[in-house]
Design a protein around this ligand. Sequence first.
Ligand SMILES: [Mg+2]
Length: 230
Amino acid sequence: MALPEQLEAVFIDVGGPIYPDETFVDAVTHALDDIRAEQGQPPADRQQVRAVYDRIRREQNGSFRTALATEVLGDKVLRGELHARTEPYWRHPAGSMYRDVLPLLRTLHGRVRVGVLANQEASVIEALRRDGLGELIDVWGVSAVVGHEKPSRELFDWSLAEAGTSADRAVHIGNRLDNDVRPAKALGLSTVWVLRGDAPDAPTAQQRAEADLVVDNLDGLADRLLGARQ
Ligand SMILES: [Mg+2]
């Protein structure tokens, strides 16, 4: 599938495309330490956490939190607990937004509907407003607010309905194959894979072929998306 000629909506993931994923890795590591302390265990081994993260990034198929619950906490069932305990630590600090985000959204704004479509806590809305994106975003597809998480189709369906368009006229920009590219593609959206954060350092040709467009950053992306329109 190519980029839509009648583009009406562009959705963008938050962790990776807008803010660095390292903020999440730090938050989840703090939460691991807290749970391990309650278990009478020393803090999580940073090298082990990093090794799990790098494997999840390489494979692009599976939940980081589930892997950490299983391998670092010793019980997969603790995933929910880990999720809840990560939330208070997970804030996107002022000044951490990637510099190529504002130019992209400013160019798209008013020409197509722009939405965030992300597995994030509600506090992300405050961060995005603080960083000047409030006026540029039409659709707030934030999982903690909508009540559905990627990769399930509900968050995509909800966002498309809010944007008042159909999948064949929409693009999703994200940095994971399992949570972004595959579910969006399955519903008929075009996909852009951004290679930063949770994306692998060296994606295989097979992985790259899954998305309609693979980019290292957001520079020039608005023109490429709008340029496909008629
Ligand atoms: Mg992401």
